[in-house]
Design a protein around this ligand. Structure first.
Ligand code: SAM
Length: 346
């Protein structure tokens, strides 16, 4: 039997010049954070004036425009997403899109506010979250985060687990700082049932100069070396598990847990890139490691209908580059991308 009416074609899905479908949007809801991690921010960061920020309503509208064009996964990040005032309104609003184009809503957090928000996140439809935790040693944690308290974060992670959220722990590998900590993190994550991902430090943003906490060259620790060292004590079995992201996963036989490695410097993972990143001012970065960007705030505010916005999104995706070329510059030790991770959203 024929259908009574032809179905109206939806807006075309987003596909970049290298035939990669863009299905994943990461949204930095604020550039502010309650921590000052030494590899991420300088101690005296200058944040954006509030007047420049998109409202939460504008962010929701932008996200919906991407969902209409085929984005299936949204991740809220920052800065620290859970310190943006009233952020749970946005989480609930986006949670309402689950099953209506959106497959997954998730967030990356430092965990400091999870005791307060874990239950609400679950109720809004969030099923898994990433929590950044570079060490289980309290004094070291305080030194890395400058302002963070380990107890508060561990309580937050416990609250997330109790609320039924799957937690993946992300740890940035820092030479001479937490390189003696990975065994403890692996054992703890295995016992708690959390996946663990180790991340190479990326040269993003000025963080306070040479020979201090902001010395990128001194911080850099290739994960190929870390993995070789871990293999002396752990049995790592390569597995086919993929989350649609850049991590490659191994099973730690002794704990049964999954261990991922994100290696932007020793191994470029761009060929399958499906993501773009929106800042809290409405700037779209088509690549974490490149400077080209598109202003979506102007077309968003120009008109209540989305025609201009859709055109700006389409033009931006047509400029998505093939990949990043992060280098830790051994001669100059300078950031190869001037903006901080907290601006683009890590
Ligand atoms: N505040 C949230 C958090 O702590 O997860 C979300 C934002 S934070 C910028 C996201 C992730 O980026 C964290 O896991 C952080 O460790 C990581 N990150 C920040 N600067 C980085 C850098 N230069 N290289 C690698 N990872 C970095």
């Amino acid at each position: 039997m024929n259908a009574p009416f032809p179905t109206a074609p939806g807006p075309a899905p987003l596909v970049d010049p290298f035939a990669r479908p863009i299905t994943y949007l990461r949204v930095s809801v604020t550039d502010r954070c309650d921590f000052r991690c030494v590899y991420c921010m300088s101690e005296d960061m200058h944040f954006l004036p509030k007047a420049e920020l998109l409202t939460l309503e504008e962010m929701a509208r932008l996200c919906q425009a991407f969902i209409r064009r085929g984005v299936k996964k949204l991740r809220l990040t920052g800065g620290e997403p859970l310190v943006r005032r009233n952020v749970m309104w946005l989480v609930r609003e986006l949670g309402g899109q689950l099953g209506c184009g959106l497959d997954e809503l998730t967030l990356t957090t430092n965990g400091s506010q999870l005791v307060k928000y874990a239950g609400e996140l679950k109720a809004a439809g969030v099923r898994r979250i990433n929590v950044s935790l570079d060490t289980l040693d309290a004094p070291k944690f305080a030194a890395i985060t400058r302002w963070g308290k380990l107890d508060q974060v561990l309580a937050g992670i416990a609250a997330a687990k109790a609320a039924g959220l799957a937690v993946k722990i992300n740890a940035v590998a820092l030479n001479g700082v937490n390189d003696g900590e990975f065994d403890r993190l692996i054992a703890w994550c295995g016992a708690e049932g959390h996946d663990l991902t180790l991340i190479e430090v990326m040269p993003m943003g000025e963080i306070g100069g040479e020979a201090g906490p902001g010395d990128r060259l001194a911080q850099y620790l290739p994960l190929s070396m870390v993995r070789a060292d871990l293999r002396k004590r752990w049995t790592l079995e390569e597995i086919d598990y993929r989350t649609g992201g850049p991590a490659r996963y191994w099973r730690v036989k002794e704990t049964g847990g999954r261990l991922g490695f994100i290696t932007p410097l020793t191994h470029n993972f761009c060929e399958l890139c499906n993501r773009v990143r929106l800042t809290c001012t409405g700037t779209l970065y088509m690549c974490l490691g490149q400077e080209d960007s598109a202003d979506l705030r102007t077309p968003l505010r120009a008109s209540p209908d989305d025609a201009q916005l859709d055109g700006a999104i389409r033009d931006a995706i047509a400029r998505k580059p093939k990949g990043h070329d992060f280098v830790i510059d051994r001669r100059h030790g300078v950031a190869s991308v001037p903006r901080h991770m907290s601006v683009t959203g890590g």
